[in-house]
Write a protein that binds this ligand. Structure first.
Ligand SMILES: Nc1ncnc2c1ncn2[C@@H]1O[C@H](COP(=O)(O)OP(=O)(O)OP(=O)(O)O)[C@@H](O)[C@H]1O
Ligand SMILES: [Mg+2]
Length: 205
């Protein structure tokens, strides 16, 4: 079994969007996937409740109250959707359990500033686990000034950007229907899906 924690202390960075779509990707690839909702707001579980039974199944549960987090059994992938403001003991608790950490960051001065301490902590805690951390640049096109600003900010941390996911209403629409961009029909959301390729390669490597 493999696992990924999706985390960023900043609210609204795109954690649940990444976590649900990742879960949908694995499910549609025929893998058994569990979405561990660590957030008291339980947005991921709400999304699951909307999900139609005819779609590729995504299991999941609320795991935010566990004192000592342990990964779910009998799945191929565990995707952990963290709450905003995750730090300290709880953060370490999850870092101990997972293989990878995926961090969504929106390239705004506010979001980058709010993520700085978190990135430093993570780099420290994940040392000795090369390739363990990846950034998903959210709501941005590569080759824009915003992307360049994010890249220059991240140079200090030596953490790679594993995907650029542009701002797209598709993410909002699929979420409202308990779906992901990876659910059928296959011909839809081609451009969005392509932007996930590098992220998926990093995760599966
Ligand atoms: N690439 C994107 N394009 C357009 N909208 C997006 C994108 N990513 C996320 N959103 C939207 O931004 C909002 C916040 O995203 P999301 O809920 O995933 O963030 P979060 O980090 O989980 O927030 P919280 O900290 O509250 O848990 C949602 O309405 C979501 O649909
Ligand atoms: Mg969320």
């Amino acid at each position: 079994m493999r696992s990924v924690l999706v985390a960023n202390p900043k609210g609204g960075a795109g954690k649940t969007t990444l976590a649900t779509n990742l879960a949908g990707y694995f499910a549609n690839a025929g893998q058994r996937v569990s979405l561990c909702d660590l957030d008291r707001q339980q947005s991921a579980l709400r999304w699951m409740a909307f999900r139609d039974a005819t779609l590729a199944p995504v299991g999941g549960y609320y795991a935010g109250a566990q004192m000592l987090f342990s990964l779910p059994q009998d799945v191929d992938w565990a995707v952990l959707d963290a709450p905003a403001g995750l730090q300290g003991y709880q953060l370490n608790n999850y870092l101990r359990a997972v293989d990878r950490v995926l961090i969504p960051i929106v390239p705004s001065v506010f979001d980058m500033a709010a993520s700085e301490d978190f990135l430093n902590t993570l780099r420290q805690e994940m040392r000795g686990r090369p390739g363990g951390i990846g950034i998903a640049a959210m709501r941005v096109d590569p080759r824009t000034r915003a992307a360049a600003m994010l890249e220059s900010f991240l140079k200090h941390f030596d953490i790679p950007i594993v995907a650029y996911l542009r701002n797209a209403q598709s993410y909002v629409n699929v979420a409202a229907a308990g779906k992901t961009i990876f659910d059928p029909p296959r011909s839809r959301y081609q451009r969005e899906k392509e932007s996930w390729n590098s992220l998926l390669r990093w995760l599966e490597s």
